[in-house]
Design a protein around this ligand. Sequence first.
Ligand code: PDD
Length: 287
Amino acid sequence: MPRYAYVNGQYLPHGRAAIHIEDRGYQFADGIYEVVPVAAGRPVDESQHLDRLERSLSELRIAMPMSRRALELVCHELLRRNGIRDGLIYIQVTRGVAPRNHAFPADASPALVMTTKRMNFTGQAKFTDGVSVITVPDQRWARRDIKTINLLPNCLAKQTATEAGAYEALQVDDEGNVTEGTSSNAWIVTGNGKLITRHLSDDILHGVTRRTILAIAAEEGVDFEERPFTVAEALAANEAFVTSATSFVTPVVRIDGKPVGDGVPGPLAQRLLAWYRDYMAGLRVGA
Ligand code: PDD
């Protein structure tokens, strides 16, 4: 089956899809993106992802490239054309094409690209065995709540993790508190069983998976608190895990080479993953 990308109004064969060399996303990282998981052919938490896309655009004063309804239709059509059951949709919107100049162009139209990726959600070792993470200083800008395509600090930190044989890097602020992963939100479970994740602010991306996991935790009567935590607290915790559109709930079993809890995926992380999988499959309402 040929794979299509959607580029500014056209469905093009993925290998031949291209954008202009003066696209401001290419020159200035002047744009935003979303990654929407797809399960059983259905985008998961689509409306929350599109809400965040609209918010990121409005924070950068970029117009919506098309109506919300039209965006949904393109998402669904691309999934249909590419025959995606499990995987993800990548959506990117930039300020558009204009002669290079830092200030906004007067008349550029936003550029929209969408691609899909097929993924096999079952049998991934990260879910069953857990992963190692390292910690790095958070070197990003002050508006991490905007999902911009300017990901260089995240890429550098992820590369450091990869070279250390780790799955993710937890970024740490000047006070010694974990902000989040390079492409995930960070969580711990304390000795008395309380689920902790950093509160929402400009310091972190407002993860859609984070939101859904908190809603599931509330439904299931899991005690939780949204507050910062230090690396030392994470190392002393019973469990740790990260969440994202592609990590779902991924247990963290080592931080900087030291075991978390018993050094194996924790029971609450495993329960949350199972509940989240049910949610993705449409087997749980609410959340
Ligand atoms: N990243 N924090 C950061 C910095 C992220 O880039 C992401 C997602 C998250 C989790 O957000 P969500 O639960 O909405 O996926 C947190 C995506 C998956 C990526 O960049 O590929």
